[in-house]
Design a protein around this ligand. Structure first.
Ligand code: SIN
Length: 282
């Protein structure tokens, strides 16, 4: 099978046109997609028509899937699919309406954070609801010397944003879900297990402290690091079209959702996400 690949920005991201992911890709095509994912960090597959089972089957080619700790925001028949959705039934959100209000890497609060996530746009608003992506290889390669020195060899403490009393969400975790997401620590500079490249691995939504530092010092370094990682030249903001499937690498890229229209009653954004498990960072 052949496809066309169009880079989307200087920072990261490529569009893939001409592939039908509802059917299994042959090995050469799968290998080419895999390589493109490593090269561009974010892939946007256009014009997909996927059932949950087909979405899951494509995702599983990359590894086993995670079940999100908000296990009441998943599809009942397919718990591997997280509902990222502003839809309400009986006055209650059916999924997570506010996935990703800050730059983050999915489930970076697990011992084994995610390899990558696949988000499928089913109902897309005419305006708003973009997803931003940022290249953390570039963030690492351009660290100011004093900041690089401050985080050299350090580990971050990671906690689910929905399990952190300092963060506010429309839907939080219940006590049982919170108990299953205790804090973990990871190196702040990690090496990608496939490319061997180093990247910054810390994010505003889940990294709450630097291990072993006084709180004030830790907060000051993290806020400088988060500002550096959010520099516009590392980022691409994806303006969704219905039937886009985006696939990002959580090991070397951050993402953020535009939630500015969340309170607009006319705003409907309905998506399915799979989250592929990865390795413990080193
Ligand atoms: C997420 O953080 O996985 C959701 C991103 C989005 O809603 O754009």
């Amino acid at each position: 099978m052949s496809f066309t690949l169009n880079p989307l920005s200087e920072a990261l991201g490529a569009e893939i046109v001409g592939l039908d992911l509802s059917r299994p890709l042959d090995k050469p095509t799968f290998d080419a997609v895999h390589q493109a994912h490593l090269d561009y960090l974010v892939l946007v597959f256009r014009e997909q028509d996927l059932t949950p089972a087909q979405h899951i089957a494509f995702s599983e080619r990359f590894g086993p899937l995670d079940i999100h700790p908000a296990d009441d925001a998943v599809l009942t028949e397919h718990p591997e699919i997280l509902l990222v959705s502003t839809r309400r039934e009986n006055g209650r959100y059916i999924g997570l309406p506010d996935g990703g209000p800050k730059w983050h890497s999915d489930i970076s609060y697990r011992e084994k954070p995610s390899l990558g996530s696949m988000l499928y746009g089913i109902e897309i608003p005419e305006e708003g609801g973009n997803t931003g992506f940022a290249n953390m290889y570039k963030a690492y390669e351009t660290l100011p010397a004093d900041l690089a020195q401050a985080i050299e060899g350090k580990r971050g403490v990671f906690l689910a944003g929905r399990n952190n009393a300092k963060q506010t969400f429309r839907r939080t975790l219940n006590d049982a879900q919170k108990a299953k997401t205790p804090p973990v620590s990871h190196p702040i500079i990690r090496t990608h297990p496939e490319t061997g490249r180093k990247s910054v691995f810390a994010n505003e939504q889940h990294t709450i402290a630097i291990e072993g530092l006084p709180e004030d010092d830790s907060d000051a370094i993290l806020s400088e690091l988060f500002a550096h990682c959010a520099r516009p030249e590392f980022a691409y903001f994806h303006d969704w079209r219905p039937a886009d499937l985006t696939f990002w690498d959580n090991r070397c890229a951050l993402h953020i959702a535009d939630l500015t229209r969340l309170d607009d009653p006319a705003y409907l954004r309905h998506m399915h996400r799979t989250t592929i498990q990865g390795d413990a960072p080193f």
